[in-house]
Design a protein around this ligand. Structure first.
Ligand code: PAF
Length: 300
């Protein structure tokens, strides 16, 4: 495996924009017994994406990365037009990471039948981001299904930072019977704990300093959780951390990590999810919470 990765580093990265050629290349590699890993992205790559590529390179012989800013997952008032598109820098990073192929299709290649086609996932797509961004997860599920048709890899790698998205993708894959392994990799954070996100680039220096409230709030909620506090108390600690830094809270909740519904067992496991708005920028984050042995009603 090490030798294969080293060989991939020595090979120039292939640039592909055409779906049929992309599919043929993946099928050819797999027919030679090579395991292919796929990292779908919207570009503006950062250390979080690099960690997905590295995980794919460890587990697979060849890594394909797509860069496609998907119009169908943005509402008309959202940031599709101004979403960062530093393509040359992205390709340079992928080349340095030893990626075998970068797939950068035009919109009409991904959506040959137009943008109206939609896959509704239901279940974990409904709460939280599903409420704040109606239609967002239909756009994600639709594009990821299409990308999985074009890049029929053995495994696809997603970041746990977008926890709800990983559940949506897993549900879409199960419902559509797509034979691909979904690998969820840990969130990569800045030194102060802020989760890496392409949207962090939108933050002014003052908002960037305030954004640390999200990981701080998650840490406060986790401390309450570990001390055995009621879910409502831990959720309040999360909300207060955002309030303390003047961040408008879209949601702050502790829920079942698979369904995103209320906890059937107050001992967990659970996930704390949070979204806040700093000016025009929305940030989301989450923190998995382990099973706890005691629940101290008095702490509530
Ligand atoms: O997480 C993202 O970057 C996007 O939602 C994805 C999965 C590439 C689909 O456009």
């Amino acid at each position: 495996m090490q030798a294969d990765i080293a060989a991939a580093h020595a090979m120039p990265m292939r640039l592909e924009t055409e779906p049929a050629r992309m599919t043929a290349a993946v099928l050819a590699a797999r027919s030679q017994g090579r395991r292919v890993g796929f990292v779908p992205t919207m570009g503006a790559l950062h250390a979080g994406h690099a960690s997905l590529v590295e995980a794919a390179a460890k587990a697979c012989d060849d890594v394909v990365v797509s860069i496609f800013v998907n119009p169908t997952q943005f509402a008309p008032h959202e940031d599709f037009a101004r979403y960062p598109r530093p393509l040359a820098a992205d390709l340079g990073l992928l080349e340095r990471l030893g990626v075998r192929c970068a797939f950068t299709p035009p919109v009409e290649a991904v959506y040959p039948r137009g943008l109206a086609e939609r896959i509704e996932v239901g279940g974990p797509a409904e709460p939280f981001e599903g409420v704040v961004r109606p239609g967002h997860f239909a756009g994600v599920a639709t594009v990821v299904k299409r990308l999985f048709e074009i890049v029929p890899a053995d495994a696809a790698f997603f970041g746990a930072k977008d926890w709800q998205q990983t559940l949506v993708v897993k549900r879409m894959v199960a419902a559509c019977g797509i034979p691909i392994e979904i690998v969820v990799c840990p969130t990569v954070r800045e030194a102060d704990g802020l989760a890496m996100s392409s949207r962090n680039a939108y933050l002014s220096p003052a908002d960037r300093a305030r954004a640390v409230a999200l990981p701080e709030g998650l840490a406060a909620a986790a401390a309450c959780w570990e001390a055995g506090a009621d879910v409502a108390v831990a959720e309040q600690a999360l909300r207060e951390a955002l309030d303390a830094r003047g961040i408008a809270c879209d949601y702050a909740a502790i829920v079942d990590p698979e369904s995103l519904g209320p906890l059937a067992d107050p001992r967990g496991p659970a996930v704390a999810v949070v979204a806040g708005r700093l000016g025009a920028t929305r940030l989301i984050d989450n923190r998995p919470l382990p099973v706890r042995r005691v629940v101290d009603r008095a702490a509530g």
